[in-house]
Design a protein around this ligand. Structure first.
Ligand code: FMN
Length: 180
């Protein structure tokens, strides 16, 4: 079960710097891309940024449609994260190939990935040219997360709330609570 969360804390869904699965859609055909380079950038309005290489299919679609959903996978989705970060939506239907399930979003046409534990629906507010990537800044229109896994922040003691951090190549880490 998912529940809506206030936009003022929607940034916390991606605060750990976790790898995300970003969905876009063109003419009703959805695609998924793995993105490690993401960050929250503003509270009011709530803005988040993703950096996408010029060569990727997602880059083309984002320019045309201006809408994306950031889906937050937990550690159980590592295989899917690797797959969606390897093949292109130009050649492959990544929902079919990965077995992930699309689910209707509330305010955007790109779908949620049902198996993910958090979702931020975004409309592109600004783009910034950055070398061989473009930074797409999205305004968050609606945010939801798995009901039992988030209370003010991810409940990282729960194994299902552990998100994935990308250290490089095939090396990943998971979040662990740590307090002095
Ligand atoms: C762990 C991981 C993180 C990635 N992070 C990014 C990223 O931040 N930005 C980006 O442009 N590509 C990133 N990629 C590469 C794309 O996900 C990959 O090239 C993908 O196949 C492009 O899909 P598309 O052509 O369907 O858009 C990453 C790949 C992996 C495996």
């Amino acid at each position: 079960v998912k529940r809506k969360i206030p936009l003022s804390i929607a940034n916390r869904l991606i605060n750990p710097g976790c790898v995300v699965l970003v969905t876009t859609s063109l003419n009703g055909r959805p695609n998924i891309i793995t993105i490690a380079w993401q960050m929250p950038v503003s509270h009011v309005p709530p803005l988040v940024a993703i950096s996408v290489a010029h060569t990727h299919y997602t880059h083309e679609v984002l320019h045309q449609t201006g809408e994306f959903v950031i889906n937050v996978p937990n550690k159980d989705l590592l295989q899917e994260v690797l797959l969606c970060g390897k093949v292109s939506g130009r050649d492959v239907d990544k929902f079919m190939e990965s077995g992930l399930t699309p689910a209707q979003a509330k305010k955007t046409s790109p779908p949620y990935i049902k198996e993910c534990i958090g979702h931020l629906e975004c409309r592109v507010a600004k783009t910034i040219d950055a070398g061989d990537h473009t930074i797409f800044i999205g305004e968050v229109l609606h945010a939801e997360c798995k009901e039992d896994l988030f209370e003010e922040t991810w409940k990282v003691r729960e194994s299902n709330a552990k998100t994935l951090l990308h250290l490089g190549g095939r090396v990943f880490a998971i979040t662990e609570p740590y307090n002095k």
